[in-house]
Write a protein that binds this ligand. Structure first.
Ligand SMILES: Cc1cc2nc3c(=O)[nH]c(=O)nc-3n(C[C@H](O)[C@H](O)[C@H](O)COP(=O)(O)O)c2cc1C
Length: 182
């Protein structure tokens, strides 16, 4: 498959399993994230790699966050299980800079581009990946435990692993509904 076909046919896969991707693969994915378009070269993102016992720590963190919210037992258990949906998670957060020409929203977009690039990189080496956010992305306790300052944003939890199953290719949306020429 060439690059164009790859981009036009990519899709997420939430069914992830298997061993932790090796360090070369993880580095290849991270390097793709580092090439994201970046106004003024601010590098307004941070990547937190979660694997092995890190998944346990993240599970405890999510559990504590759900407990602190007064969730019922079912929701607490659900939160605790979330990190185990893949053997590897890369958490992308912002690292905002003050810059006269680069507002915060551009920096958030750049961090989003980094997330997308890493998803594409993971797919390009045959892995599956799924970008998730949800309540835990916005939770102060989660940020605190991850060492992310409260004024920063968690852009996403990028779940990565071997595909437990191949999903049928979704139909592409029609250009006509979303594109105008001016
Ligand atoms: C910023 C962002 C946050 C997302 N958060 C979630 C999420 O929490 N749960 C979820 O099921 N999908 C989430 N998604 C959507 C999936 O990553 C995915 O794009 C969607 O299921 C459509 O599948 P596709 O990528 O194959 O088109 C999010 C996407 C983005 C860009």
């Amino acid at each position: 498959m060439n690059v164009l076909e790859f981009l036009q046919n990519r899709q997420s896969n939430p069914h992830l399993q298997g061993a932790t991707p090796d360090q070369n693969s993880i580095n290849d994915i991270l390097k793709a994230g580092m090439r994201a378009p970046d106004h003024a070269g601010l590098t307004p993102w941070r990547f937190t790699v979660v694997k092995d016992e890190g998944l346990e720590k993240l599970s405890k963190t999510f559990k504590s966050a759900a407990v602190s919210d007064g969730c019922d037992e079912m929701k607490i258990e659900k939160a605790a299980k979330m990190p185990f949906r893949a053997p590897l998670i890369i958490i992308v957060s912002t690292k905002y800079h003050q810059h006269v020409k680069v507002p915060k929203k551009e920096q958030l977009i750049a961090a989003g581009c980094a997330t997308h690039a890493m998803q594409m990189a993971a797919c390009s080496i045959g892995l599956g990946a799924m970008w998730r956010t949800g309540d835990m992305s916005y939770h102060p306790l989660v940020k605190e435990r991850l060492g992310i300052e409260l004024h920063e944003d968690i852009v996403g939890f990028l779940y990565i692993g071997e595909k437990a199953k191949e999903l049928p290719l979704k139909t592409s949306k029609s250009l006509d509904d979303y594109v105008e020429y001016f």
